[in-house]
Design a protein around this ligand. Structure first.
Ligand code: XMP
Length: 321
């Protein structure tokens, strides 16, 4: 019988044993998993943990500030922010294959952490890398026995062979709902703990086609509208997450004002789920869909069509890539 506090105690003990008197770096993504993993490790080794937040340019509107302000206010953790936007965009230039994108993003994350480790050398050696890998990430990246590789989650299948860190993954046996309970037990605020999942590779896997700065800007604007409307309709708890996807290589003809448009479609992918292993598409109220559609097509010039994904998982996955 596992209670939340026994999970916390057991993990804190294990982490303390694994790291000993060493130091660890934890990559924060802004999401629940890395935040809870960091808070657990902080409880085990305190000041010897440094969190690194990589701004890879694939973030949604407001995410960087949320990490820099909310998470630090709640935990008092040491945080270093690294601006790696150019590096990631450069590495992704010309790439359209989803698995290749995931592997590149995973690799670049690690390279940035290695650089951070060198920059932090003055304080001591950082040999450990903390990741908020969950059980479903391990299974879906083919880490469990007899499982197929469906997607390489950036923090599992995307790791380079010559990794210079020893991994610390305190959530590796947990599902999301357990992680949320652990987060609350550790005193993290609801705004972090109840956040909907957002994938580490960010908007990079929500642009179908090549990732470019302009396309990111388009998607970020559409995503911000959808999130704003879903939140103001009070639907955040009911929806597990709602990926907003830009079909960057598709164009369709439209009409706006008195002119022809030839723009891109945005896909809304609202899903309901318990653990992301399976999911159902969420039956959103028509008025909410209408508001999102009207606002996106009015406010985001490159988008002239909004479509709704009505596929369950399986057969669709939650993300499009
Ligand atoms: P899929 O698309 O496989 O997604 O049905 C299942 C859940 O995992 C999230 N996801 C990721 N999270 N790194 C992450 O941290 C990743 O590479 C990744 N890929 C998918 C996805 O948002 C959903 O919640």
């Amino acid at each position: 019988q596992w209670t939340t506090s026994s999970i916390v105690d057991e993990q804190v003990t294990r982490i303390a044993e694994q790291i000993g008197d060493g130091r660890a770096i934890c990559g924060l993504s802004g999401g629940v998993d890395s935040a809870v993993a960091a808070a657990l490790v902080q409880r085990a080794i305190g000041e010897r943990l440094t969190c690194v937040f990589v701004d890879h340019g694939l973030l949604r509107a407001g995410e960087r500030t949320q990490v820099e302000q909310d998470f630090v206010a709640a935990t008092g953790v040491n945080l270093v922010t690294i601006d790696a936007r150019e590096r990631f965009l450069g590495a992704l230039a010309g790439v359209t294959d989803p698995e290749q994108k995931r592997k590149i993003i995973g690799r670049e994350f690690i390279r940035v952490f290695e650089q951070a480790e060198r920059d932090l050398k003055a304080q001591g050696d950082y040999k450990f890398l903390v990741q908020g890998t969950l059980y479903p990430d391990v299974v879906e990246s083919g880490g469990g026995e007899g499982t197929a590789n469906i997607k390489s989650h950036h923090n599992v299948g995307g790791l380079p062979d010559d990794l210079q860190f020893e991994l610390v993954e305190p959530l590796r046996l947990l599902f999301k709902d357990e992680v949320r309970r652990v987060g609350l037990e550790l005193g993290l605020p609801e705004t972090i703990v109840q956040r909907q999942p957002f994938p580490g590779p960010g908007l990079g896997i929500r642009i179908i086609g090549e990732v470019t700065a302009d396309r990111l800007e388009t998607l970020r604007a559409a995503d911000a509208v959808a999130r704003e409307e879903l939140t103001s309709a009070g639907l955040d708890r009911e929806i597990w997450q709602c990926p907003v996807v830009l079909l960057a290589d598709v164009r369709s003809v439209g009409v706006q004002g008195d002119g022809r448009t030839y723009g891109h479609p945005i896909v809304l992918r609202p899903v309901s789920s318990e653990d992301a292993m399976t999911a159902d598409w969420t039956r959103l109220p028509y008025e909410v869909l209408e508001r999102i559609s009207t606002r996106i097509t009015n406010e985001v010039p490159e988008v002239n069509r909004v479509v709704l994904d009505v596929t369950s998982k399986p057969p669709g996955t939650i993300e499009w890539e």
